[in-house]
Design a protein around this ligand. Structure first.
Ligand SMILES: Nc1ncnc2c1ncn2[C@@H]1O[C@H](COP(=O)(O)OP(=O)(O)OP(=O)(O)O)[C@@H](O)[C@H]1O
Length: 842
């Protein structure tokens, strides 16, 4: 079967050619008169058709019922309405669709004894008569009408034309749906033949007596007429086509209450099957009426499988719902009406079914092909405008796609730019701070000249500085820990405001550290809290809750304060592809590698410095941002210093070579002391100490370090600023302040890097009471504090190395960084016990 095509179809008038017409199921309601039994029982007729479409429940005794009393359908029929009228008003048109190649179904639904068989018998006869009539009137067409009939009895399919009671099988056909196999089909010859076949069916159909119906149908009966027709003029020709459709006349068994039908035994069993299959039908109809949402359980009964095409498929369908008006059946009547209400919402999609001969099909396809080829060769104006439309639509799609790509790329660019812009702002701020005009603003708190809003109360646990409301100047509210007090005299107002800005900028990075503090054990919490003790001098209150510290943290800063020369390049490892991860020394919160890169490069250019920050060595390695420099930046700084003319000549180098072992010890002692005097970063000391252990190739670095430190010491002792490379300056105070900050940062790592047991051993080793408060800070303060005690030095280096995740790899590391200045000479291994110490310490 297929769509309408072919010569023959050209003969059909336009109204006949409806392809896949969608329409609602036609629903009629027929009210029968009270039967003799009901009259005898003086039953009241509670239902009445008040017009052609509405049936009304008239029971004054039941007023106040929640059920509706009026129901409307396509047509309703009162008891005295003849079946002919019922047929003519709707089922006729539906049934006669079959002669035009459209499948159709008419079925009766209702409770037992409501008049289904009475109605369907009439409708079937009228329809067949009309079909015959149509055939007689259309002599130009050759018709073939086939008759078949089945019943579904107790969920078994029986052929009503066959005496064989063997159940028929139901098979799923991909095109036709459920097909009953081996059904006997009779070609109808005439009216009489039809009547004979109907008689056979009536004789075969299971009828039983119940208290409600003497001749109660105990099965669902389906009479099927299949109508084929072809135009006579094309018969036998290769271009002939055939219209093929079926009409089903379905007389359902009636729902019944066992108590009312007084059924028992076989009747009761039949009733169960009937009710179950009708229940499935009701469910299917209800789901279909809801718009086919979800699974529809057609396969739950043979009835619904067979009826599937009638219920929303390729068929026109009419349902006649039959009712008993008797008061005793009011519930069953209501159920029927509810079914009818659902059914009228169900839509079917019928189409004309055309069967083409193979030859006709080939010819049809050839014609279609020729037409398309001709269109291609000679595009009509209409066609070309159509092409233009298609091209335009394509272009539109392309534009839409490109616009989306553009939007995505813009988003990506903005994402990449935002950290850069942030940094630019910071740099700008840095510059303006230097110029003495601090004007930093952060998201949470508006600062002007270093003040902060009342609600914020920013507390930096590291600097233990407190910033209060606008009435308190940074100077007056500066709250310092004991270690910061020494800085008092060196902080100018400008310095302070800049420092505050930087602190806020640092907050984001420090947040991770703070959260470590918060999330660690109680000991850690105690330390963090005691860190924020009230300044007894100012008596200013402050927020001591670490979580409030976190809440105001805003942004990481990569700028550095003056006097702190450690570069903010803890992620410098990004510039050393392939470097073992173990060399990366970065504090928590420094995982913004790409951001760092951007900021770093921009920072340098904005300052007009020639890599100043990356080249500074030896000064405290924790900047204002709290970051600890990486080993790579440390090495970079060493190389720069080595390459510069700092007064070392070859004679000096070669002279020291002669007795290098002694020279090394001597220089190392000096360096250790100078580190302490000049407040050199503990991380720097650790790197240097662990990298340079006595190889002659190290001599140049030892010399450079010694000279640099000596110069620094001299400058400090004269009260001058020690210069750092690139114009950076360093004072005793600023170097000490940075060193103290570094100690605090390191103290926060103690809980992360060492287990509880290891910490306990460390406290004991460094003479710290394991139950004392702020013992981690005590430990950090102890590190590298005894330059003359080599055991202490070795232990300190081991602790710091672990805190910053530096793993000494001796020569391999140095060579990797290209630190050998002179060709390697035979090494005289010193008996430094640091390795041993590292192993036993933790
Ligand atoms: N509209 C009607 N006018 C007059 N008599 C009717 C009408 N409808 C039904 N009857 C009569 O009511 C009785 C029951 O009808 P019928 O057998 O058609 O009911 P049914 O719904 O098919 O019952 P079941 O489901 O038990 O088979 C029959 O005697 C029939 O003649």
């Amino acid at each position: 079967m297929g769509a309408i095509a072919g010569e023959e179809l050209k003969k059909m008038d336009k109204t006949q050619v409806h392809v896949a017409r969608e329409e609602k199921i036609l629903v009629l309601v027929r009210l029968r008169p009270l039967n003799d039994k009901e009259i005898l029982a003086k039953e009241a007729a509670d239902w009445e058709c008040i017009n052609d479409t509405t049936v009304l429940y008239r029971n004054t005794l039941r007023e106040g019922s929640t059920f509706p009393s009026a129901y409307s359908f396509d047509r309703v029929y009162r008891g005295e309405s003849p079946t002919r009228q019922v047929y003519e008003d709707g089922p006729k048109e539906v049934a006669l669709s079959v002669v035009k190649g459209i499948n159709s179904s008419i079925f009766a639904y209702g409770q037992t004894s409501s008049g289904k068989t009475y109605t369907m018998t009439g409708i079937t006869e009228f329809a067949v008569a009309d079909i015959f009539d149509y055939i007689f009137k259309h002599e130009d067409r050759a018709f073939v009408v086939k008759f078949s009939a089945i019943e579904i009895y107790n969920e078994a399919i029986q052929d009503l034309l066959s005496p064989d009671s063997t159940p028929l099988r139901l098979r799923d056909d991909p095109e036709k749906g459920a097909v009953v196999e081996k059904t006997r089909e009779e070609v109808l010859r005439d009216w009489n033949h039809f009547k004979d076949l109907i008689s056979i069916c009536e004789a075969q159909r299971k009828i039983g007596e119940t208290s409600l119906n003497e001749r109660s149908s105990r099965s669902h009966q389906i009479i099927k007429l299949t109508v084929e027709s072809s135009a006579r003029e094309f018969l036998g020709k290769e271009n002939s086509t055939t219209l093929l459709a079926s009409v089903n006349f379905i007389d359902l068994a009636g729902s019944e209450r066992a108590s009312q039908a007084l059924s028992a035994g076989a009747r009761l069993k039949e009733g169960c099957h009937i009710n179950r299959s009708l229940l499935t039908l009701g469910t299917v109809i209800r789901k279909l009426s809801n718009g086919r949402q979800g699974h529809i359980n057609f396969r739950d009964s043979k009835l619904t499988r067979i009826l599937q095409p009638c219920l929303g498929g390729n068929a026109r369908t009419a349902i006649v719902c039959t009712l008993s008006p008797a008061r005793s059946h009011v519930e069953q009547t209501r159920n029927t009406l509810l079914f009818a209400c659902c059914a009228k919402e169900v839509t079917t999609k019928a189409q004309i079914n055309v069967v083409m001969s193979d030859k006709a099909l080939v010819k049809q396809l050839q014609r279609e092909l020729a037409r398309l080829e001709s269109e291609l060769r000679n595009p009509a104006p209409a066609t070309s405008s159509c092409d233009c439309g298609v091209a335009l639509r394509k272009k539109d799609l392309q534009i839409q796609k490109m616009e989306k790509q553009l939007a995505d790329m813009t988003k990506q660019r903005d994402l990449a730019q935002s950290p850069l812009e942030d940094f630019m702002k910071m740099v700008a701020h840095d510059e303006s701070s230097k110029a003495g005009t601090p004007h930093f603003r952060n998201r949470a708190n508006k600062w002007e000249d270093g003040s902060v809003s009342e609600t914020s109360g920013v507390v930096d646990p590291d600097r233990t500085s407190f910033i209060s409301d606008g009435t308190s100047t940074p100077q007056s509210t500066a709250f310092r820990s004991h270690s910061d007090e020494v800085m008092e005299e060196v902080l100018s107002p400008g310095d302070q405001s800049e420092e505050y800005c930087k602190e806020v900028q640092c907050i984001e990075m420090e947040e991770s550290l703070a959260s470590d503090v918060i999330n660690h054990d109680e000991e850690e919490r105690t330390e963090a809290e005691t860190h924020l003790e009230v300044n007894p001098e100012t008596g200013l209150a402050q927020n001591r809750n670490p979580s409030s510290v976190r809440s105001v943290r805003v942004r990481k800063s990569w700028s550095r304060g003056e006097g702190t020369s450690t570069p903010p390049d803890a992620l410098e490892t990004d510039y050393y592809p392939g470097r073992p991860e173990v060399h990366d020394v970065a504090l928590p919160g420094l995982e913004f590698g790409s951001v760092m890169k951007l900021m770093r490069s921009d920072s340098m250019s904005s300052r007009g410095s020639d890599s100043t920050e990356a080249h500074s060595v030896g000064t405290p390695m924790v900047g204002d941002d709290g970051g600890i420099t990486s080993i790579s930046s440390f090495v970079q700084g060493l190389k720069e210093m080595r390459n510069d003319d700092i007064g070392l000549d070859k004679e000096e180098v070669s002279g020291t070579m002669t007795n290098w072992s002694e020279e090394f010890e001597r220089k190392r002692e000096q360096i250790l002391e100078l580190w302490e005097t000049c407040n050199v970063s503990l991380v720097h000391r650790t790197y240097f100490f662990l990298l340079f252990k006595g190889d002659q190739a190290d001599s140049i670095y030892m010399g450079v370090e010694l000279r640099r430190l000596s110069f620094m010491k001299e400058s400090f002792s004269q009260g001058n600023q020690a210069f750092e490379r690139g114009g950076q300056t360093l004072t005793v105070a600023s170097s000490l302040k940075a060193l103290q900050r570094e100690r605090r940062m390191l103290s926060k790592l103690v809980g992360k890097r060492f287990s509880g047991e290891e910490r306990k051993r460390l406290y004991e080793k460094f003479g710290i009471d394991v139950n004392s408060k702020r013992r981690r800070l005590q430990l950090a303060n102890q590190l590298w504090s005894k330059p003359k005690d080599i055991i202490h030095v070795v232990d300190s280096a081991a602790v710091v190395a672990k805190l910053v995740r530096f793993v000494e790899q001796g020569r391999a590391m140095k060579e990797m960084f290209g630190l050998s200045f002179t060709p390697p000479l035979p090494t005289s291994r010193r008996s430094h016990s640091w390795r041993k110490s590292m192993a036993t310490l933790f």
